[in-house]
Design a protein around this ligand. Structure first.
Ligand code: NI
Length: 187
């Protein structure tokens, strides 16, 4: 089932999400719904707070951008990250234009370290530790931020953020033109 996406201004996006328990009921369905929602809205990553669930889980599927980004390994990067921990980040910070389903029509350059080491549980509760770089690392860093109540606009320079403030306010008032279902704060 495609779930509505919660956008900028909703408090769930600003919470530090709690860990998900192994006996969480409906986990398989939540994962399936998150993948379906991500595909329906042309996203390559989606975190549970973005569908109104304050839980430490996100999904990623970079196959749609594997060709235009020229990173062949993006084709097979389709994963669920449960209770992830970024253990380490290193490498020269690089600038990359990020977007977010919770910030419709906003794209900004964000600088983050190149490499990460991440630990997480997969959908079968196997504990996995992996290293990533490039766009896969970037997707994980972006989605991981959502679990801590952070959005990419928190990481851009203050001048750019000021220039965006009218657009962000418009999003939080529901003045958005998007073809996926959204939830915005009611005033
Ligand atoms: Ni996002």
């Amino acid at each position: 089932m495609v779930l509505p996406v919660y956008v900028y201004g909703m408090s769930v996006l600003r919470k530090v999400a709690p860990e998900i328990q192994e006996d969480y009921e409906g986990l398989d369905q939540l994962i399936a719904d998150m993948f379906e929602t991500m595909r329906a809205s042309d996203g390559i990553g989606l975190a549970a707070p973005q569908v109104g669930k304050s839980l430490r889980i996100f999904v990623a599927d970079t196959s749609p951008v594997s060709e235009d980004k020229g990173e062949p390994e993006l084709k097979d990067f389709k994963k669920v990250f449960i209770n992830p921990i970024i253990l380490d980040e290193w490498g020269d910070p690089w600038s990359f234009e990020e977007g977010c389903l919770s910030l419709p029509n906003v794209r900004e350059d964000v600088s983050r370290p190149t490499n990460i080491r991440v630990e997480y549980y997969d959908e079968n509760w196997n504990l996995i530790e992996e290293e990533y770089d490039g766009i896969r690392a970037r997707v994980i860093q972006h989605e991981y931020d959502h679990l801590d109540g952070k959005l990419f606009v928190d990481r851009i320079n203050p001048i750019r953020r000021k220039l965006l403030s009218a657009r962000l306010n418009a999003i939080s008032r529901g003045k958005i033109d998007k073809d996926y279902k959204i939830v915005f704060p009611k005033k």
